[in-house]
Structures are given as structure tokens and as C-alpha cells.
Design a protein around this ligand. Structure first.
Ligand SMILES: NC(=O)c1ccc[n+]([C@@H]2O[C@H](COP(=O)([O-])OP(=O)(O)OC[C@H]3O[C@@H](n4cnc5c(N)ncnc54)[C@H](O)[C@@H]3O)[C@@H](O)[C@H]2O)c1
Length: 376
């Protein structure tokens, strides 16, 4: 058994999902590699210690540059806000570390390109946490698509809806609301939420050629959480776009943080010549499937409860009929990363794969700014 000694930077929401995944992956999936929680890195060592103790990190570093100098770290996990991804990843590559980076890859495609070049020059293993690919029902959708059951694809549709920034009193910036600060996030819902939808879409339905988008910032000024000063809001609160895929199908995407009643409603639907599929994060263990070749009297949407051993990832979990949840998508991502180390095959999505999503995000924002179609 070879150790994969992890140094994780940032210990917020994703820090928790990843720590859990590192611990679970080797217990449920066979691999020659086993993650070891070697070091947690956070600016305030004292505040980070309880997290480190709870998850079993062996040590705590307060400066990520010091973490990168350590010989006992094989892989660096970037769980910080988006504006730190580039610098950490490039320095980690130079230090010869493998890198698992949170999404979106970067603030924009230019930064992403630099990151790709850095990992490729260093020849280090790299992966971006587009975890929704690893929800078994979504992986099953990919398997069904690849079998050709849907025939020619006409439409791809995705939404990611939330409602947590409707109040004008929500501040921007700082530890809790960096997502609303364009300096830390790069963009609003486009990089935060649509990036997930775009990654899944490219994975399932192929590359996107061109886009036509509109964005809106409903609350124009917010108080900065750290300075207390009112500042212009630079992020997109909502974004909708149309696109064309390489395979000739049409895409329709929408994301907002202003859809009252929706907390994290990620839905996707794909319509083909012979069949259609749809998936909903709120019911993530189900894949809805409609097959036009079914006998007419029983033809209709079926709801496939993805929990059987012959469905993606499920053979490693409980017994058929028992479902798993959100956190398992991260466990599967770690399991696949470990497998890539076993086999020498690159892990997916790589930085280069994630750059494609970043380019679509850039084109979406440019199209919205210029009010015209934009090539990716
Ligand atoms: N894959 C997903 O589904 C998913 C979900 C949520 C967030 N994300 C991504 O994960 C990243 C982190 O998001 P989050 O929700 O965990 O944020 P968070 O605010 O919960 O956590 C961010 C962490 O980064 C730390 N940090 C900030 N600056 C640092 C520095 N200079 N050195 C060390 N640590 C520093 C903070 O202290 C905090 O622990 C973002 O890029 C975000 O887009 C991905």
C-alpha cells in the first residue's frame, strides 16, 4: 500500500467534503494508494486546530508556501476562494506536488491556461473537483448516452437555482461572503454554479461552440464585510445563456441566486431522437428516463432508482435499493484519482479539461457584456 500524503489548503465547506472523501475512499474502493491526512493549511493555526483534530490531520501549517516546501506532502488540495487557485497551483506544480484543485479552475481562462502549462511542464498529476460527474445517476446518464440509446441529440438544458442573496443586506467580501466579491470570486453565478452545469454538459454532450448570454446584477451596491464600506457589486447575480454544441444540439442554461424557494436546485435534461433523460440534484439518486421504443400502452417517464450493483459506483456501497448522497460524489472523485495513480492514466477532469469550461464561462460573460453571440 502506497501512501498519498495530502496537504489541504482551506478548511471551509469543501475542506469538509474532501476530508471525508479522503477517509472514505480507501475504505470502500480498492486501490494501491491510501490517502493520509498529513497537513491542514489555514492562515490562523489556532482556529484550524479543532478541524484538524476532528478529521485527523497530523499537523497544521499557517502559510501555504511552507506547506509546499515539505517533503512529506505528495498532493496539495486547493480548497480556497477562487482568486488563490492560480498562485497556489502554479507554485505547487513547481514544487513537484500533485494538485487537486477546486472549481472553477481559475478566475478566467487566461489564468487557467497558465495553470495548465505549469502542471504540464512539471508533469504532475492534476484534477479539478467537478464532483457532479461522480453522482451515480449522472455517471449512468453518461453510460446510457455512450451506448447510443438516445440517438441524435437535439437539446441539452440545465439550471442551477438558489435564493440566498436576495436581501440587499447580505454583505460582499470577507470569509463568509467572498462569493459576492468579484475580486475573490472572479464572477458570480457563472463561475460558481454554471461552471458545474457546463462541465457536466461538456462531459455528457461534447464541446460547446458559441454562446449568447444575458446577465443581471439585481443588487447594485453592497457593504463590504471587512471594510464596512458600500461598494458597487461586480458579480453576475443571474445568468442565462443559449449555446450550440459541436454535435449540432442546442443548449439552454440558467442560473441565479434570486429564485425564491430554491436552495441548490441543479437540474439537467437531454432530449434525443429515441429517448430523453433528466436529473435533479434534490433527488440525486434517481435518473428519469423516457424511451420512445417502449410499447405504447406502458410508454412513459420511468424513474430509475440508481442503487443497484451494476450501476456506476454502487457495487462498492450497500445492498441494492439503498441509496447514497451528495458527499459520495467527492468520495468517488478521490477513488477515481487513486485509480488513476494505480493505472498511470490521467485523472479527469484534468486542469486542461476544466479550462474548456473556463473558456465557456469567459465567452458567456463576454457575450452578456457585448450583447451578442460569442465563439468559445
Ligand atoms: N465542487 C463543489 O461542488 C464546490 C462547492 C462549494 C465550493 N467549491 C469551491 O471550493 C472553493 C472553496 O469554497 P468553500 O465553499 O469551501 O469556501 P469556504 O469559504 O467555506 O472556505 C474557504 C477556505 O479557504 C481559506 N482561505 C482563504 N484564504 C486563505 C489563504 N490565504 N491561505 C489558506 N487558507 C485560506 C478560508 O479560511 C476557508 O477555510 C472555491 O473555489 C469554490 O468555488 C466547490
Amino acid at each position: 500500500m502506497k501512501e498519498l500524503r495530502i496537504g489541504m489548503i482551506g478548511y471551509g465547506f469543501m475542506g469538509k467534503t474532501h476530508s471525508n472523501a479522503y477517509l472514505q475512499a480507501a475504505r470502500f474502493f480498492d486501490s494501491e494508494h491510501k490517502p493520509v491526512l498529513k497537513a491542514l493549511c489555514a492562515r490562523n493555526q489556532e482556529k484550524a486546530q479543532p478541524f484538524a483534530d476532528n478529521w485527523g490531520y497530523e499537523s497544521v501549517e499557517s502559510d501555504w508556501r511552507e506547506l509546499l516546501k515539505r517533503d512529506d506532502i505528495d498532493a496539495v488540495d486547493v480548497c480556497t476562494p477562487n482568486n488563490l487557485h492560480k498562485e497556489i497551483a502554479i507554485e505547487a506544480a513547481k514544487a513537484g506536488k500533485m494538485i487537486l484543485c477546486e472549481k472553477p479552475l481559475a478566475m478566467d481562462a487566461a489564468e487557467g491556461e497558465e495553470m495548465c502549462q505549469a502542471v504540464e511542464a512539471a508533469g504532475v498529476a492534476n484534477m479539478v473537483w467537478y464532483n457532479y460527474r461522480r453522482v451515480p445517476a449522472v455517471s449512468l446518464a453518461k453510460q446510457i448516452l455512450e451506448s447510443g440509446k438516445l440517438g441524435r441529440i437535439f437539446h441539452y438544458r440545465a439550471n442551477f437555482l438558489q435564493d440566498w442573496t436576495i436581501s440587499a443586506d447580505v454583505p460582499q467580501g470577507g470569509a463568509a461572503t467572498w462569493r459576492l466579491d468579484v475580486e475573490a470570486a472572479g464572477s458570480g453565478v457563472t463561475g460558481d454554479l454554471l461552471a458545474h452545469c457546463i462541465d457536466t454538459a461538456i462531459w455528457l454532450n461534447g464541446s460547446i461552440n458559441n454562446v449568447s448570454a444575458m446577465t443581471e446584477t439585481f443588487v447594485k451596491e453592497r457593504v463590504h464585510a471587512e471594510t464596512g464600506e458600500k461598494q458597487a457589486v461586480g458579480i453576475d447575480d443571474a445568468c442565462a445563456f443559449l449555446c450550440r454544441f459541436d454535435n449540432g444540439s442546442m443548449g439552454l442554461f440558467e442560473s441565479t441566486r434570486y429564485a425564491r424557494g430554491h436552495k441548490a436546485l441543479y437540474t439537467l435534461e437531454i432530449n434525443g431522437e429515441h429517448a430523453s433523460m433528466r436529473w435533479d440534484l434534490h433527488d440525486l439518486h434517481r435518473l428519469e428516463y423516457f424511451d420512445h421504443s417502449d410499447e405504447g400502452i406502458v410508454r412513459g417517464w420511468r424513474s430509475v432508482h440508481v442503487s443497484d450493483g451494476d450501476q456506476p459506483y454502487m457495487g462498492n456501497w450497500w445492498v441494492p435499493g439503498l441509496q447514497i448522497g451528495y458527499e459520495h460524489s467527492f468520495t468517488h472523485q478521490v477513488a477515481d484519482f487513486l485509480k488513476s495513480l494505480d493505472t498511470g492514466e490521467p485523472a479527469a477532469p484534468s486542469f486542461r479539461d476544466a479550462l474548456e469550461t473556463q473558456k465557456v464561462c469567459d465567452a458567456v460573460l463576454k457575450s452578456a457584456a457585448d450583447s451578442r453571440w460569442e465563439n468559445v
